[in-house]
Design a protein around this ligand. Structure first.
Ligand SMILES: Nc1ncnc2c1ncn2[C@@H]1O[C@H](COP(=O)(O)OP(=O)(O)OP(=O)(O)O)[C@@H](O)[C@H]1O
Ligand SMILES: [Mg+2]
Length: 249
């Protein structure tokens, strides 16, 4: 569960990133975060994974106050949170396997463990056949799926996505969105930031709207895609609630 209590983030430059935001996101929820450029979407996500600290207010992630977390404890928090960015952020000269095994390797997993986990995780994003490819040999949508696999390697409780479809065309964007819905259906809490309201229009989940750092909307969209996918609010166990990505393509 993620809880924000009167959270304000004012940058050193004086810019307000977030302005007195209070809200709660239950474990297993899928939430969209929307609003125009500069509204505070990235700030919101950075505060949750402790890339930034709030100027005032507090943030609880799974009951732990992360707004006052000592720097040395941040890596432990990050192990429970996966993050995906618009620009994929893959290491160009490494293979898909090496890219996604970075963290397990430094955490001391054996080569065999890394291989099994990598294969299993790539299978979740339908890319197990590209394990030894380099990022430049993959399409944009495939690169983003690798980035999602990398975020899933730690089996995070929370998956944060900052404009993950920002560099993709509408068709691929929907494919990536469906993948996030599927991951959510397997129990992971997902926060998906996007300014693309058309993309989320049909999904039927909770939508938080930010404007100039303030939370100006918190609504539940009715949606057709939602019905095709099922409840997906974290009540299903792993492996259940899986949707076929081709189904409606
Ligand atoms: N590191 C920083 N230093 C100073 N100001 C910042 C910093 N990061 C963000 N801001 C400011 O905080 C406000 C919110 O920015 P943020 O990046 O959170 O918006 P956003 O909703 O993610 O926008 P976009 O859709 O363009 O990604 C903006 O006014 C921005 O200029
Ligand atoms: Mg942003």
């Amino acid at each position: 569960m993620i809880e924000l209590f009167s959270v304000t983030k004012r940058y050193a430059s004086g810019q307000v990133g977030l302005d007195n935001v209070t809200l709660k996101i239950d474990a297993g929820q899928m939430v969209f975060l929307t609003g125009p450029s500069g509204a505070g979407k990235s700030t919101f996500l950075k505060l949750i994974y402790c890339e930034e600290i709030p100027s005032s207010g507090s943030i609880l992630v799974n009951g732990r106050n992360v707004s006052s977390l000592p720097r040395r404890k941040v890596p432990y928090l990050r192990r429970t949170i996966g993050v995906v960015f618009q620009s994929f952020r893959l290491i160009p000269r490494k293979t898909v396997f090496e890219n996604i095994c970075y963290l397990p390797r430094i955490l001391g997993s054996s080569a065999q463990e890394q291989k099994e986990l990598a294969y299993e995780t790539l299978r979740r994003v339908s890319l197990s056949h590209r394990m030894n490819a380099s990022p430049h040999q993959l399409s944009g949508g495939e690169q983003q799926r690798v980035a999602i696999a990398r975020a899933l390697m730690n089996q995070p409780e929370i998956l944060l996505a900052d404009e993950p479809t920002g560099n993709l065309d509408p068709e691929l964007s929907e494919e990536i969105l469906r993948l996030f819905l599927e991951i959510n259906g397997q129990g992971t809490t997902v926060i998906f930031a996007t300014h693309d309201r058309d993309l989320i229009q049909r999904v039927g989940r909770r939508v938080l709207t930010l404007e100039a750092g303030q939370l100006t909307g918190d609504q539940k969209l009715p949606g057709e895609l939602n019905d095709a996918i099922g409840p997906g609010q974290g009540t299903m166990g792993p492996g259940q609630g899986t949707i076929d990505l081709e189904e409606e393509a």
